[in-house]
Write a protein that binds this ligand. Sequence first.
Ligand code: ADP
Length: 327
Amino acid sequence: MAGSDSHTITTVGEAIVDFVSTAPGLLVDAPGFVKALGGEGANVAVGLAKLGSHSCFVGKVGADSFGRFLVKELEKDKVDVGGVVIDKVHRTRLAFVSLTKEGERDFEFWEKTPAGEQLLASELNSSIFKASRIVNIAPLLLPKQPARSTAFEIADDVKSSGGIVAFDANVRLGLWKSAAEAKRVMLHMARRTSVLRLNDEEATFLTGHATLERAAAKLRLLGPELVAITLGVRGSYFQAASSSGFIPGFNVKAVDTTGCGDAFFAALLHRIASVNMPIGDLSAEELTSMCRFANAVGALTSRKRGGAAAVPFPADVVRFLKRKNDD
Ligand code: ADP
């Protein structure tokens, strides 16, 4: 986009408060909870800021203590919150989460019509998007109106003015009316997207293909120039017009994989924005290096508890990669 700051990345999404159980087990047995910033978009925005991008977050929170908590958390991590809108009627969404001893997540959302789903295009300052090298659309905006139409309006505007739209196709079927609707709407968003991130299960759900190559090819046909499929501990796979590759993950002692996908995407977008080059011009070596960096950020995030709080700083990633190169 002409005149844009190459390091500004804006994420539009829903910030939610995660109430994380203080002891392992099912939610029904949780003795207490600690609150933390959550929601894919907010996690990616924090990850970007920690990695050194100028990161803006656009979204709606309630005029309640939890909305204020989220804004404070974003500010603490140096995310630009100039685009956050406060809803006087609807409340901030809460999520209660617990990890069992086996590492399984027990999870419940609270709030039927949360503030985050009420985001209107008329409330947004379009100059934020014009000044951004990448505008990242987070998946919690898509299940319900009016946030869904707002997300599509933003994506259309960014795309038509030559900007880069990124999209994290995280599928949470419990929030949708039906699986068919989730698939239809997510594929529509993929059509507006330049950089698409999803995990292997989501790739199969959206395309019907179990092989990475075929799933990524089908998604790229819709429009994305770069599809990155994350594979948990196994690493990631990327596909662009003239190159593709499987990038093995790093062997670490994982304690909590919450937010690894968000951390991976933040790292990938941070690197794409830093080179300030059309995505179609990125070589296989550059894309491989970017996905390796993003794998490292994902792996480091899995070594600590929490989502955004566990995302490493650049010096930690450099040290980790140097050690791995020396091994
Ligand atoms: P999602 O949470 O969306 O399913 P993934 O689980 O695929 O995302 O994780 C994203 C990235 O984080 C992976 O591509 C990988 O690089 C890294 N990662 C996730 N879990 C682990 C793990 N247990 N060990 C090492 N790296 C991991």
